[in-house]
Design a protein around this ligand. Structure first.
Ligand code: PEP
Ligand code: MG
Length: 662
């Protein structure tokens, strides 16, 4: 047995056989266009047919009967015909189409009460595995659920193999914020990285245990450890299913949505407790082929997701190609810094025909469900204007063709600091915002999300990122549009708390995290409600020792006239100023003479130290709190040198204002 320490991209626990993708095998996971995929399927089916016929001739009567049954399955229209149809109409790769056809046929067989018919499922699955091996060239597609390992893996490989076949992921390069990691998180798959010279240490069929919070990576452990690990894996699965059932029924004010990458992931999502789909990463459709998926193919995929959600919101992001998400067929000039290059909406606007094809498919799918369009990587208002124009062009084209369509609401992903800063203007044109904290963290903190060894710099809870989120939320709510968060921060327990406190309306997380996030959101909302009740009972306390002055006697018309709201003055005995209420610090004046707090019940309270003291430019003031910080009633927030204030000719009266809501 060997043991290795690795880094954790996604927590969890997994045990099973390794399936190692060697660099020169990557080609096998590339998906061709439907004609190529169909050719791969037909060639493999013909090869299998020949092999079976030859076997039947040599077998004894019992064996021949078994083989004959296999030939019948292979010739069954419900199997091979269904696979051909899935390639043609849904744009699946040949292995995926075989898998789907086999599963559908098995579902039908399982519905029959007859034992012997049910046993045929085994035959169907066996045949599908054989056919898949022929299509991909043996052992390029794992036949059983495995731990996928490789020096480096791409998002396309993960989707091609399919989440149900992947128990865990192990790579040499990687990072917790990479797209492979995001996908692993989406599927609830543990992911470890950082195993140097991986292909020399792990081979296909080795037994692996991935235990990020325990022993790290074990290669070929003794039998007893394997049994223990498998029992633990089964327990974790059961506990997750139980939690899912319990949480699905819990009501929360915050909408809890799911992030998906393939249409089939939408199946059964409402039952798993998703209020909607907050992010469908459509680009995964574009990454594996030798050309872009056709309008029909895309339409079928988007429609599938929309119909599976049965009227619930289905937010489909237009292709976010570029940076680490390569589409081999799309020419993007060599870039030194691809994360800052042609990606997201920039690719769409640079390839108008490609973009219009996607928009037409989206508009058509919108006629079948509650589809919304979301645009990634917006950094300027003109980009959104161009997108909205393209949507109109796509609608006109469909109109001319006499096609059934609907123009869905269009929203913007907020994932660049530029988008945050112009959020008030974007909010006039977009119907919703969705904050992509993965990229917003990357671009705000200037830290490459794909790079290894940058973990300590990549912190989505950094004050700068949280303030960006708060600014975006304010801008959206000022224009009455909702804000979702669809980056990984939404699925992190502390992150979810911060986001709910900031006031976002939706959290969109991986399907595997739906239950945990729903439970957490319910708990946080209840706590906030309790705190708000306490606030109401708590009242407003004087911010300093001293004599109270009624509003109308304050010697400043701005305050005495109630311009900002109801207020009271205090002639302070000393310069120590305490929070009059518990809440979150929303602003600290640059000149340090004023702090405003938001109570849990939403009320804004301003503490203003001295009259006209803005003119002191911060001299004589010390602030003890930061924006975004939570404070308790009675906590020291500010100090003012009252003697200095008087010396400079100002009045040190402290004013507490209950800000009027507009
Ligand atoms: C994000 O950037 O937070 C996001 C959700 O998009 P992606 O991770 O696909 O770039
Ligand atoms: Mg992003």
């Amino acid at each position: 047995m060997s043991r290795y320490e690795c880094r954790t991209a996604q927590k969890g626990f997994a045990a099973g056989k390794a399936f190692v993708i060697l660099p020169d095998r990557k080609e096998a996971y590339r998906q061709g266009n439907p004609a190529e995929e169909n050719a791969r399927l037909e060639a493999a089916a013909a090869e299998m047919n020949r092999t079976l016929m030859a076997g039947e001739k040599q077998a004894d009567p019992a064996g021949a009967a078994v083989i004959d049954a296999e030939i019948l399955i292979l010739e069954d229209e419900e199997f091979l015909g269904a696979a051909r149809k899935a390639i043609r109409e849904e744009g699946l790769s040949a292995p995926e189409a075989v898998k789907q056809a086999a599963e559908k046929l098995c579902e039908k067989l399982m519905a029959s009460g007859q034992d012997y018919i049910r046993q045929r499922c085994e035959d169907v699955r066996g045949l599908a595995a054989g056919l898949t091996a022929l299509i991909t060239g043996e052992a390029e597609m794992p036949a059983e659920p495995c731990i996928l390992a490789g020096s480096e893996l791409s998002p396309g490989q993960i989707t091609m193999i399919g989440q149900e076949k992947i128990l865990g992921i192990l790579t040499e390069t990687g990072s917790p914020t990479s797209h492979v990691s995001v996908l692993a998180g989406n599927y609830g798959i543990p992911y470890l990285y950082g195993l140097e010279n991986l292909t020399e240490k792990v081979r296909t069929q080795d037994y692996l245990i991935l235990d990020p919070e325990g022993e790290g990576v074990l290669v070929n452990p003794p039998e007893e450890k394997r049994r223990e690990a498998e029992a633990r894996q089964a327990e974790i699965r059961e506990a997750r299913e139980k939690q899912q059932k319990q949480a699905a029924g819990k009501k929360t004010r915050t909408k809890i949505d799911a992030n998906i990458s393939r249409a089939e992931e939408a199946d059964g999502l409402p039952e798993k407790g998703a209020d909607g789909i907050g992010l469908f990463r459509s680009e995964l459709l574009f990454l594996n082929g030798t050309e872009a998926p056709a309008e029909e193919e895309q339409f079928a995929v988007y429609r599938h997701a929309a119909e599976a959600m049965a009227g619930r919101e289905t937010v489909i992001r237009t292709m976010d190609i570029g940076s680490d998400k390569h589409a081999a067929w799309l020419e993007i000039p060599e870039e030194i810094n691809p994360a800052l290059g042609l990606r997201g909406v920039r690719v769409s606007l640079a390839n108008r025909e490609l973009f219009r094809t996607q928009l037409r498919a989206l508009l058509r799918a919108a006629a079948y469900g509650n589809v919304k369009i979301m645009i990634p990587m917006i950094a300027a208002e003109w980009e959104l204007d161009e997108v909205l124009k393209e949507i109109q062009v796509a609608a006109e084209e469909l109109e001319k063709r006499g096609e059934k369509y609907r123009i869905p609401e269009t929203g913007v992903m907020i994932e660049t600091p530029a988008a945050v800063m112009i959020a008030p203007r974007l909010a006039e044109k977009a119907r919703f915002f969705s904050i992509g904290t993965n990229d917003l963290t990357q671009y705000t903190l200037a830290v490459d999300r794909e790079a290894r060894g940058m973990e300590q710099y990549s912190n989505p809870m950094h004050e700068a990122v949280l303030r960006m989120i708060a600014l975006t939320t304010e801008a959206a709510h000022a224009k009455q549009i909702p804000v979702a968060v669809c980056g990984e921060l939404a699925g992190n327990p502390e992150g979810a708390e911060q986001l709910i406190r900031i006031g976002v309306d939706e959290l969109s997380v991986s399907p595997a995290k739906l239950a945990a996030v729903r439970e957490r959101a319910a708990e946080i909302e209840e706590r906030i409600e309790r705190e708000a009740r306490k606030d109401r009972d708590e009242g407003i306390r004087s911010p300093a020792e001293g004599e109270l002055v009624p509003m109308e006697e304050i010697p400043d018309p701005v305050f005495s006239g109630g311009v900002m709201g109801e207020c009271v003055g205090v002639i302070p005995a000393d310069g120590k100023i305490y929070a009059p209420v518990s809440g979150t610090v929303t602003t600290v004046a640059a000149t340090k003479h004023a702090v405003s707090l938001r109570r849990n019940n939403g009320e804004e309270i301003l503490v203003h130290a001295g009259l006209d003291t803005v003119r002191m430019n911060g001299v004589g003031f010390r602030v003890h709190v930061r924006e975004g910080e939570s404070v308790k009633q009675g906590q020291l927030i500010l100090e003012m040198e009252t003697d200095l204030v008087r010396e400079r000719g100002f009045n040190p009266m402290i004013i507490v204002v209950r800000i009027k809501s507009l």
